[in-house]
Design a binder for this molecule. Structure first.
Ligand code: MN
Length: 137
């Protein structure tokens, strides 16, 4: 048995890495353990991940605010209370809406492969679609 406590990871928040655009505050909830990694991430408005995929998939539990999750050709609005399943190997990104923070707990299974940044025009398209409720394009 292993218990991860907040003091274990003091100081790990507020370090934007190369896999994010904008101001992001990641917090390691549980470091990689038997192929499972849990991060609780606060995205400020407009902030998002780079494109990436997860070897064995990922669960996103939206704790607060409103944001976007996108796979190729599809952008969806996510809100507090939503749970998202990202299948193994599916390229996607996730982040805040332009006008809201978004906090999610991300349960990542297996390794994560990072790719290119989500450029502003691509993000803006998703943000525009956000006007429609749960719109899919
Ligand atoms: Mn992901």
């Amino acid at each position: 048995m292993k218990i991860s406590r907040p003091d274990t990871f003091a100081g790990t928040s507020g370090k934007p890495g190369s896999q994010f655009t904008g101001d992001v505050h990641p917090y390691v909830t549980m470091a990689a353990t038997d192929g499972v990694t849990i991060n609780t991430v606060t995205f400020t408005p407009g902030a998002r991940t780079f494109w990436h995929h997860h070897e064995n998939g990922q669960i996103l539990q939206v704790l607060a605010g409103r944001g976007l999750v996108a796979a190729e050709g599809e952008v969806r609005v996510i809100r507090a209370g939503d749970t998202v399943w990202c299948p193994p190997g599916e390229r996607h990104w996730h982040g805040a809406a332009p006008d809201s923070v978004m906090i999610h707990t991300a349960i990542s299974l297996g390794t994560t492969q990072w790719a290119e940044e989500v450029d502003d025009s691509e993000y803006a398209r998703g943000a525009t679609d956000e006007q429609g409720d749960d719109h899919v394009r």
